[in-house]
Design a protein around this ligand. Sequence first.
Ligand SMILES: Cc1cc2nc3c(=O)[nH]c(=O)nc-3n(C[C@H](O)[C@H](O)[C@H](O)COP(=O)(O)O)c2cc1C
Length: 223
Amino acid sequence: MLDLRSNQNKQVTPLNVAIRNRRATQGFKPDEVPEEILNEILESSLLAPSGYNLQPWRFIVVKDADSRKRLRAVAMNQPKVEEAPVVVIACADPNSWKTDIERVIKLGQEAGQIKDDKSADFIRTNANKYLSSIDTKVWATKQTMIAFTHMMLLSETFGLDTAPMEGFFEDQVKKEFQIPDDLIVLALLAIGYAGKPDRPFGGRFDLGDLISLDKFGMPYVAS
Ligand SMILES: Cc1cc2nc3c(=O)[nH]c(=O)nc-3n(C[C@H](O)[C@H](O)[C@H](O)COP(=O)(O)O)c2cc1C
């Protein structure tokens, strides 16, 4: 089993420490998340990478007590949804690329990354060709979970605790929070301060079980 302590004597970064110490928090104190920290977490999560820089994620930050209560009711009555001072509803938009490609090209031009019309045209043609040939529900889900993970780990580096959740009824969450039907509600992220001790680490599969070297099934062995 992958052991949390196995890297004990190696150099670690603050992010690595946060990753090793993070646990899915079971209960939260009512203490507020300072506004400037929350803003930094939200803003930095938007710096996540995405295919063609299309950023198909849409987040709803739920802070108001009554709204958290309503969210809990459609999230299998999980108490942490109501306890945590902030719960983010993470959604993916499988169709936003159709209009956002032009916005992204404009962004790139303004930022000086896209320097001429030829480059803009190349991106437009390429993105349209690729995205109209794949299942963009899967594509948007893939991108959004990267931003979601940024949000979760960044919160941990600020000394906050987090709880990712998939235990909710998507149709009810959509109805309750007026989320358009074609969006996908992927996950909830409760952010706050733990109100009870973490559950013990549940373990992870070994490196060689999940990571191959050079070809699939050839177990990776850490040197
Ligand atoms: C996308 C996702 C959805 C999850 N949904 C729930 C949930 O609805 N309720 C819950 O109590 N835990 C949920 N968890 C927490 C997992 O059970 C937990 O991350 C896993 O057991 C590993 O424990 P650890 O995160 O403390 O290491 C979820 C985790 C993830 C990543």
